[in-house]
Design a protein around this ligand. Structure first.
Ligand SMILES: [Zn+2]
Length: 603
């Protein structure tokens, strides 16, 4: 078969070895000069960390059409130079090791092969706009189904229009269960590997029905499916969690116990809803800073809050308005987000734009400094999206909402395959007809927190920042140090401005005693502290780099550990209308607490 495009063969002859074998045939090689460079991606769109996929490439060699070996020289950590020696067609062969079960790495074992595009395909810069074809070969003698978000082409192959599309299409081969979804107007399916442990609160009929509702709701919002065919790849393994969006598929990880409780199940739906929403926001609606993709080094945008913040708001809000998530659970998760944000001192150091820009060195690289030096554009981005939705609804008297911005981004940019400008504020203003300079100055370019108490009052809801009931039952305040601990009593984070920071407690210290009494566990430490009062001085003993240290700490009062959201007894007509338009059901007209969330993450 001759073609002007590149042709890959990906086979998994021995999955137990955790390797796949890749062959790349480069046609018309003479046009590329005497030497051809092939490269492996350093990172993948949607996940902002240099992962150096070349780490897992082995036994790379090149040959001409007659099978004669061609000289190969490695020129950078991820780039190889091949001397063509006059050959007009070059074939590169290599193996890739994959034994890490995440949505952005390869995982190959005796039951399946999940192959992440940027981790398996070498590319040729000069040919990236040509068609890229791939033939996928599961191991012989095994009943493995093959799934990839690319149209079939030729004899058992698939064809991508260009390199970007190829890299955006993960491959899943393996023992899977497939559920076709009748939804969204184009074929879609759920492919499950690993299997749920049991049906629990839902079962597969429920899951496929709810997923169809999610697909329909997101698709209706944007006026139809922009894909021909869509695959939810869902891999289940204990302790697994994560998702990565693609244009015609998504890779999702969860646990086999995801249907054990209603809340676990709703979290699974939220994950699938999130990745599917990216079909538009993220994959087709994307900022200028990320185009064209360059796979060999970091690429910068200040707009990840648009991609992830708006998506974090609508993944869950859609579950509510589609009737899949009860109001109480929706507001409980909102309360949890509010509390998490309050416990992030780094929100004073990074705006949403700054946190987007620095994702490479902050959000994607967990360090002991992160809580103090950055804020998640998912977390704060979701809350700011809510505030923005409320602002738009308020100022336009309910004629517009944040959804109009999404539709504007789609019609002006996504549908036309154009990136939106990094200075995106005018798009928000065009969609809503209101000036948003002050809002962007405060919450997007600036570092202010959205005031959810004020926002929710518009909907006839009262947000209270308070304390967990057992904490205040006897009228006493809980003392606190301002640290997070893990693995027994090992300090992982010391919050800026906390008593622990003032006393010199450091990340990685191992606390061993309070007032000379031994502590071994998180709960043990909490009990010792609960016997003290704010203002008390306690002696902490700890090991630091193997040496014993003793410090005196003056305990402060614990900041609030609980956020509650209650109704109000007599909402105005405007509040009732706002509530119904936002949450899709009637205001309860009661001041009972609807939802609350408690966190003792820091002590
Ligand atoms: Zn996302």
């Amino acid at each position: 078969m001759t073609t002007s495009g590149l042709h890959y063969t990906v086979s998994v002859p021995d999955p137990d070895s955790h390797h796949c074998e890749v062959g790349l045939r480069i046609p018309d090689a003479a046009a590329l000069g005497d030497r051809i460079e092939v490269a492996m991606a350093a990172w993948c769109p949607g996940s902002y960390l240099v992962r150096d996929y070349a780490r897992f490439v082995r036994d790379l060699r090149a040959e001409g059409p007659d099978g004669a070996a061609l000289p190969v020289t490695k020129v950078t950590k991820q780039r190889w130079r091949i001397d063509r020696n006059g050959a007009d067609e070059v074939v590169v062969r290599y193996r890739v090791y994959g034994h890490e079960l995440t949505v952005r790495t390869c995982h190959i074992d005796d039951s399946h092969a999940f192959l992440h595009g940027p981790a398996i395909y070498l590319y040729v810069d000069a040919l990236r706009d040509r068609p890229h074809e791939v033939a996928l070969r599961p191991p012989e003698g095994r009943d493995w189904a093959v799934h990839i978000g690319l149209p079939k082409h030729g004899d058992g192959g698939h064809r991508a229009a260009n390199l970007d599309e190829l890299l955006d299409c993960p491959v899943h081969m393996g023992e899977v269960d497939v559920y076709e979804l009748t939804a969204g107007g184009s074929p879609a399916r759920l492919v499950v590997w690993g299997g749920f442990d049991a049906d629990g609160v839902a079962g597969m009929d429920q899951l496929t029905a709810d997923l169809a509702t999610i697909v329909d709701t997101h698709t209706e919002r944007f006026g139809g499916p922009p894909y021909d065919d869509y695959t939810f790849m869902l891999m289940l393994a204990p302790g697994a969690y994560g998702g990565l969006e693609h244009r015609s598929s998504s890779a999702n990880l969860n646990t086999p116990y995801a249907m054990a409780t209603k809340n676990d199940y709703l979290d699974l739906l939220e994950l699938l809803s999130h990745e599917f929403f990216h079909v538009w926001n993220g994959k087709r609606i994307y900022p200028a800073g990320l185009t064209p993709f360059r796979y060999d080094a970091e690429q910068y945008t200040r707009c990840l809050w648009v991609m992830e913040g708006l998506t974090s708001y609508y993944d869950r809000h859609t579950l509510r308005t589609a009737g899949l998530m009860p109001v109480a659970r929706y507001l409980e998760k909102l309360a949890a987000d509010q509390l998490r944000l309050a416990y992030t001192p780094g929100r004073a150091e990074h705006s949403l734009e700054e946190s987007s820009f620095d994702a490479w060195i902050k959000l994607y690289q967990a360090t002991e400094l992160n809580a103090n030096s950055t804020v998640s554009y998912y977390l704060k981005g979701g809350l700011v999206s809510l505030a923005m939705d409320f602002e738009i609804r308020r100022r336009t008297e309910g004629t517009h909402s944040l959804e109009d911005v999404l539709r504007q981004l789609w019609s002006d940019y996504g549908a036309k395959a154009l990136p939106y400008p990094e200075a995106v504020q005018p798009v928000f203003e065009k969609a809503t007809g209101i000036g948003m300079g002050e809002f962007f100055d405060r919450f997007i370019r600036g570092r202010q927190d959205p005031d959810l108490t004020v926002e929710l009052a518009t909907a006839g809801l009262e947000l209270r920042t308070t304390f967990d009931a057992p904490q205040i039952a006897d009228g006493t305040e809980l003392p606190w140090l301002g640290i997070a601990i893990k693995h027994g009593t090992r300090v992982t984070t010391v919050l800026d401005g906390s008593p622990a920071a003032a006393a010199g407690v450091s990340p990685r210290d191992e606390l061993i005693a309070v007032n000379r009494r031994r502590v071994r566990t998180d709960s043990g430490l909490r009990k010792r502290l609960a016997l003290r009062r704010p203002g008390d001085r306690v002696e902490l003993a700890l090991f630091r780099e193997g040496r014993l240290h003793e410090l005196e700490v003056e305990l402060a009062a614990s900041p609030p550990t609980r956020v509650e959201i209650a109704g109000i007894a007599a909402p105005s007509a405007a509040q009732k209308a706002f509530y119904a338009a936002w949450l899709g059901e009637e205001h309860p007209c009661s001041d009972a607490v609807i939802a609350g969330f408690t966190s003792y993450r820091y002590l």
